[in-house]
Design a binder for this molecule. Sequence first.
Ligand SMILES: C[S@@+](CC[C@H](N)C(=O)[O-])C[C@H]1O[C@@H](n2cnc3c(N)ncnc32)[C@H](O)[C@@H]1O
Length: 258
Amino acid sequence: MSLDPFKVFMDLQLGLPRNGPGSDASTARAYDLAPRPEGKDGVEVLVLGCGAGAEVMTLLDFPETRVTAVDMMKPFIQELEQRADAKGNVAGRLRTVCEDFEHLSVPKGVFDLIWCEAAIYALGFGEALTLWQPFLKPGGAIVVSEAVWLTQTPSLNAVDFWDRMYPEMKTIGETTALAEQVGFVVESVFTLTKEEWWQEYYTPLRIRIQKRLADLLGQGIEALAVIRDLEEEMELYETCGDEYGYAFFILTPSKGKA
Ligand SMILES: C[S@@+](CC[C@H](N)C(=O)[O-])C[C@H]1O[C@@H](n2cnc3c(N)ncnc32)[C@H](O)[C@@H]1O
């Protein structure tokens, strides 16, 4: 009997420090750069595609935040809740919602910040900004990390991989132009370093794969296909990691919007 590829994927991802490239430092840097309301009311943050919530934990380190965290995978939400319990200083500042961020049930017009790290690709950058903008309060901002080309002349290997995985991937300039086209101003942009891909994501993922490999070898072709895809992604980053990366975009609606 072969294993469900989804179960294999979740088993590899659960318990990792993060579920995508990033770091506490880059989350905190983006938070510092984002416009936020002053005063006693605090900062209402909607985190979309939170996974097991690495960025949620960092955002909760700022005592003024209240976070609504959304992911469609129940096991990730459960792990986030365990992390928050273990953290201990969250008391009443975290709400979790297990749902599709294309069909949000949370109220519109109440969030100071909408936050999405390494997940906006699932909807598409322009589509997501348009869909999520009504959930912002006036004066609010959207903060996203998005995969980008860092060169105009990528190698064939990189083009071949990303044409299959995320053909919509653009340069920072093209992504900025798309944000403007759908009614946003790009207030700040910065890129993740290579260490921020390896330290908390790829290196722990590789160790996890090595630990599970013996078990998975006997579990059928689907289980191995999950590992092959992840290994292909990491090997490409080893050889072509200068050609693409992740960039944080801090975005506010253009005048006249929200
Ligand atoms: C690459 S992981 C990033 C997780 C987390 N933000 C991080 O950086 O560690 C992408 C996450 O987006 C979630 N996701 C993808 N599509 C989604 C959707 N349509 N609605 C809600 N969550 C989604 C996945 O379940 C996954 O947890």
